[in-house]
Structures are given as structure tokens and as C-alpha cells.
Ligand binder design. Sequence first.
Ligand code: HEM
Ligand SMILES: [Cu+2]
Length: 594
Amino acid sequence: MISQSREHSLLEAITADPSRKVYIPQGRSYLQNPPGTTFWQGVASWVFTLDHKRIGVMYLCGVMFSFLLGGLFAGAVRMELWNGTPDLLGDTLQTAQDNYNQMFTLHGAVMTFLFIIPSIPAALGNIFLPMMLGAKDVAFPRMNLASFYLWCSGAIFFIATLLTSGLDTGWTFYTPYSTTTSTSVILATMGVFILGFSSIFTGLNFVVTVNTMRPKGMTWFKMPLFLWGIYATAIIQVLATPVLAITLVLLMCERLMGIGIFDPLLGGDPVLYQHFFWFYSHPAVYIMILPGMAIISEVIPVYSRKHIFGYTFIAYSSIAIALLGFLVWGHHMFTSTESKLAAVIFSALTFTVSIPSAIKVFNWLATMYKGSIHLNTAMLYALAFIIQFTIGGLTGLFLGALAVDVHLHDTYFVVAHFHYVMMGSTLIAFLAGIHHWWPKMFGKMYNERLAQIASGLVFIGFNLTFFPQFILGTQGMPRRYAAYKPEFQFLHQLSTSGYFVLGAGLVMAAAVLIYSLFRGKKAPNNPWGAATLEWKCCSPPTTANFEIQPWTGSPYVYDDFVFDPDEGGYVEVLPDLHRSAAVPAERPAVPATH
Ligand code: HEM
Ligand SMILES: [Cu+2]
């Protein structure tokens, strides 16, 4: 942690000689077009852009829209569950129940495939991965744009699903129901199939970018941890997603032609579908959480003003999670026809995944220990992440314990578990990332106080919505039913009230951010004093990102950064007052080579 006296002397140094501040050239923002651009040229410059930041911004808009849509479906589910008789979603019991099935399916499918899987890698990863590498763009910019349009095509299939007969299979498309229901299974699975390719393209691009475009001086173990997390995610995206694609093709063939892969009457096996599905979808839960963890590993050291604790452990644990994640899919079938031996092995393997997860949590806590903690909005979200991920991860172990899972499987306990990890962790990390990087992405500062209040509402709302569901689950409330016994009503009503608090928090957070675009103060280059390379571009960056090749030091050493009241943000001070005069020679200001 940087001492106060050192900060003081750095400040004195730049006051006496402002040329000691590291110079960051300013230029035209990537969001703007050159003067004289007509409206349609402007539209074309976005539609055909190869700039990773613009593609990232388009993804951001897309995933936020999907989140809103998925959130509205969730509202329908929660409001139906206000009381135990299905009455809200239809006039008769039958229609209400049918519509309820549609609502929870559409909620789960939109949130999983359109929102949470692409959210962090495709939106924030796209914008920040090249910048953290000091690079101009990803390795394959055209493939990046293709990935975005594949995402859009997948989304169109989802919209077509909504406009036709909807979907009521649950987001997992389990057979045999998915081969017999009259809803639009083919359209939806086509959508997921295409979205899978989008995910593979993004993953491939990121693997190649990190392998080939690291700048001089940035060895693997000098890479920011965000890059390690995105790299591990990309490996899973490339290796696991094809399995989902094949599974869905088989499902379509079964449905259209009755080829007898999953139907026992034709010699197939419905549990086989579950094996295929979870062989992708368990690794996919790590596609969701690893990027979230990666953001938290960036946010915590910056706002603790302290070097990350256990860098190598965090880096290796991302890879360990990615690999172990391939070995545990069978924990979703403990109650099926899976053999006892297989179940015991899957249970034991499930426990091993918690080791690298816990390593990360301990390292984040150790980073904060004796740090100088700044409770900015991003940091508040990071703290919420640690609490909620711990609850989500530990309850995963309850479910991984064979005997316990037999009781808890298909109850609200599972619903609470995966919402604590998917929403309480990944979504919260996404919000931490959005607040941390907002000034860099859009060049505007948001109202910190209001954003903090919104984060508080989100925290309270989230826990009020989902904690009661753990209790409901242990008491035997099954998932995916619109009706329930009167004794469950109180906890369901708490949960539904939480939905509204959570919704208010999210709307407020969005309003604060959007307001800043119009009325926010101009952001300094480095408002939080972070040391990773993206902060060495101007805010917002230029199309080329770096006009001068940035110096790549340690991403987590904050000793040379001081808050400069003239800039309204942090500046890096050179030459280092405490090291010898040889230091500046190691930090050449050479023109960008890209
Ligand atoms: C950290 C260690 C974790 C362990 C030990 C664990 C364990 C489990 C187990 C055993 C189940 C099956 C429960 C059942 O259906 O009976 C399960 C379900 C699930 N978990 Fe986890 N989990 C962990 C982390 C995560 C993470 C990080 C995510 C997502 C970001 C996640 C998402 C899910 C989902 C989506 C389901 C199943 C949902 C469904 O059946 O519809 N889990 N988990
Ligand atoms: Cu799993």
C-alpha cells in the first residue's frame, strides 16, 4: 500500500514540475466520427465497424436489452407466485399453468443464452482485452464483427420463438418433453445453436489475441488477472460449446425425424440428453463465473490501493477451474439412472472444484487486509460479490453432497443456489466492471453517491429475493410449479417483494449511468488510480487506443500514482523519486507500432 508521506512527496514533485506527469496524448474519441460525416455514413461506420470498442458497445446494448426482457419474464413468474393459486397468467387453471411454464422457460433461456454468457466476455472483454494488452485491436477484427452478427441472428430466432408459440421446456430443453411439446423448440434451439457459434468465435479470437499480441515486457505472469480469467473462459468456450451444438442438432433430428437417440421406444435414452447437455452446461457455468471473478480481481486491488495477494494462485486457479469444470457434469444427474459408482465419483470431483474457487476468495480478502479501502461503487459491488459468491459456492457443495442432493434436487434450494452464483455473482461483477470502466468507455463521470445508493438497493433486493428460496427449498417447495401450499406463502411473498427492490436498484443504477452520458463531468484519464494499461489511453480512447506505446509495468503496483487535483484524477509520476535515475530509461516513450 502506498504510504501517505510518499503520496505527499509525489504530489509535491508534480506541483513543482508538471512535466513529470506521464503524458497521455488526447485525440478524437472512438465514439465520434470525423467532422463532415453524414448521418448515413455515421450509421455505416457503426454497422461495419471493425473497432473492438464499438463492437463491444453494440454488444453491451444488446445484452442489456436482453437482460431487460429476461427481467420482465422474471417479474411475471414472481408475481404469479405472490399467492399459491395460479390465477394471474390465465383465466383458467390450465392456461395459467401453461403460461407460467412459458414465463420461467423464456426467463431462463433469455438470461442464460442471450445475456449472461456473452455479457462480460463479449461486451467488457471486447472493449478492454486489447487495451489491457496495449494493442490496437483483437487478432481478428472481422471475425469479431461476425461474432456480433451471429449473436444478433441468434437473438432474432429467440424473438421468432416469442412471436410464434413460445417455449415451455425449461431452459435445459430436457427430453422427452422437448421432443413432444407443441411450442417452438426448433426455433429456440436454432437460436441457441447460432449463439453458440458466436461464443466460439469470440473465444477463438481472444485465445489468439492473448497468445500473439502481448506487448514486449508482458510475460504470462505479468498479465492483468482479467486477461487470465478471459483466457480460461475462452478455452472453455472453444472446447465445450461444440458439444452443445451437436446435442441440439440431435434434439432437432429427434424431434423432426424420430431418429431414436433419446426416445426409449426407439432404443434411445432420455438421460443421455442430460449427459450431453451438462457436459456443455456445467463448463458453461464457469464461462459465466470466471469472467466475473476476473473483474473482481481487477477491482479489489485498485480500490484497496494494494498489490493483489497471491497473483500466481489466482491465475492458475482460473485454469484449474476451467479444466476441473469439465469433470463434474454428472452432479446434475444424481437422482437419475446414473450408477452409484459414477455418482460417488462425480460427487468427489465436484468438491475439488471448490478448492480453486476458495483460493480466489481468500486471496481477495488477503488483498483487502490492511489496504486503504475506498468504498467506491465498483468496490461495493465487489464486496457484494464476495459475500454472495461465498453463499452460492458453499450451497453448491451442499448440492454436490450425494445424500443431501437427493432431498434438495429440483427444489427451490437449487434455484437459490444458481441465482446466487449467476446473478448474485456474475451479474454483480458485471455491474462492478461497468462502474469501474464507465469513465474510460464513455468519458463521463457518474454521480458516485447515487450509484452507491443504487448498489445498496441491489444488494438488499437480491438477498431478499433469493435467500428465502433456500429456506423454501429445504422445506420441500419444488421448482417450476405455479401452485403451492399455504405454508410457503410468506417466504414467496418476501421473495416477490425483493424482486421490486432489486428492480428499483437496477433501474436507479441504469438511470445514474445514462444521466451521466448527458450531464456527467468529463472523466479524467485515470479516475481511480489503476495501473493496468487501459488507463493509459485517454478517456474515451481514440480508435487506435494508444498514440504512444504504453510502458508495461506491473499491473498492480500503485506506488507511482498520485491523485492530482488539477487533473481531477490520478497521474503517474516519472521519474520515480525513490528509485534511481536509471528508471526513466526503462520507460521509453516510443511511437505506437500498430
Ligand atoms: C463453486 C462451486 C459449485 C458447486 C460445487 C456447484 C454444484 C452444483 C450442483 C451439485 C448442482 C446440481 C443440483 C441439482 O440439480 O440437484 C448445481 C446446479 C447448478 N449450478 Fe452450481 N455449483 C457451483 C458453482 C456454480 C456456478 C459458479 C454457477 C453459475 C455461474 C452455477 C450454476 C448452476 C446451475 C445453472 C445449476 C442448475 C440449474 C438447473 O438445474 O436448472 N453453479 N450446482
Ligand atoms: Cu454443474
